[in-house]
Design a protein around this ligand. Structure first.
Ligand SMILES: [Zn+2]
Length: 269
């Protein structure tokens, strides 16, 4: 599943190729995605793309008088292809940009192609998103304040997109390891010092993933086939029963909120 780092790498990869481009048309082959493709999307021709922003895992294509909202869902990927490239079975949407087409491939159809002319903060999909983990808004003081009223453990807290957005299961596990925090710790009991470590660890973990994905940037242009999600070496994620890379203790696996949690009982207290 594309996580925040894949979406951010997609944004950075597409930005120089899309900025300033005029939309020459759209091609909707399958409107039944997670939500029906917005009818207004058919009327985008003639608009100039100003920029691409990201909020959580939503890509926001700024068209001046509104935003095209794209989400990759469970299996989506975006490619920039030469115009006329034949569409495959799962290529449901193209944004035509003259001699280049931006193509959404989404086998499981949990992605989204929407349009809004309203302020982004008020859009129903965006209004309740938590703070951006890579922004300055996430720091020790903010995390400490956010956790005080929380009646849940720190791992599900991190994965609740209404509090902090875009920290998926892999990155929650890895960040808690880096910060040396037991994932079962009640969120409201995390000290300000640990909040400092955790906010740094979250940014570090996400940025490392973005860097790992940066090497595949060229794949966004001209190539065909499926986007590979980033292969990384994890501290604890998916390593149950294996030795901790730091202390040699066995990595444990538990389940929290129906999601697998991996941690080192010696390094994370
Ligand atoms: Zn350890």
């Amino acid at each position: 599943m594309p996580e925040l780092p894949e979406v951010e790498v997609t944004r950075r990869g597409l930005l120089p190729h899309l900025s300033g481009r005029v939309i020459s048309g759209v091609e909707i082959r399958e409107p039944r995605l997670r939500w029906p493709v917005a009818p207004a999307v058919r009327r985008l021709a003639g608009r100039t793309i100003r920029s691409i922003h990201r909020r959580g895992k939503y890509l926001l294509v700024d068209c001046g008088d509104g935003h095209l909202i794209l989400h990759l869902g469970m299996s989506g990927s975006l490619r920039l292809l030469p115009s006329g490239t034949p569409a495959g079975k799962h290529d449901h949407f193209d944004l035509l940009l003259g001699d280049r087409w931006l193509r959404l491939r989404d086998p499981r159809r949990f992605g989204a192609v929407l349009w809004t002319a309203d302020p982004l903060d008020s859009h129903p999909l965006l209004a309740h998103l938590g703070i951006e983990p890579l922004s300055r808004a996430l720091d020790a003081a903010r995390l400490h304040a956010l956790t005080r009223g929380a009646k849940i453990q720190i791992k599900p807290f991190l994965m609740d997109g209404r509090r902090v957005v875009g920290v998926g299961n892999i990155y929650a596990n890895e960040s808690l390891f880096r910060a040396g925090i037991d994932p079962r710790m009640p969120a409201r009991r995390i000290s300000i010092e640990k909040c400092k470590k955790l906010s740094v660890a979250i940014k570090h973990t996400l940025r490392a993933a973005i860097r790992a994905g940066g090497s595949s940037l060229r794949d966004f242009v001209g190539a065909d086939g499926n986007a590979g999600y980033f292969q990384q070496r994890y501290w604890v994620y998916d390593r149950a029963g294996e030795r901790c890379r730091r202390c040699n203790e066995k990595v444990r696996r538990i389940v929290q909120g129906q999601r697998a949690t991996y941690f080192c009982p010696r390094c994370q207290r």
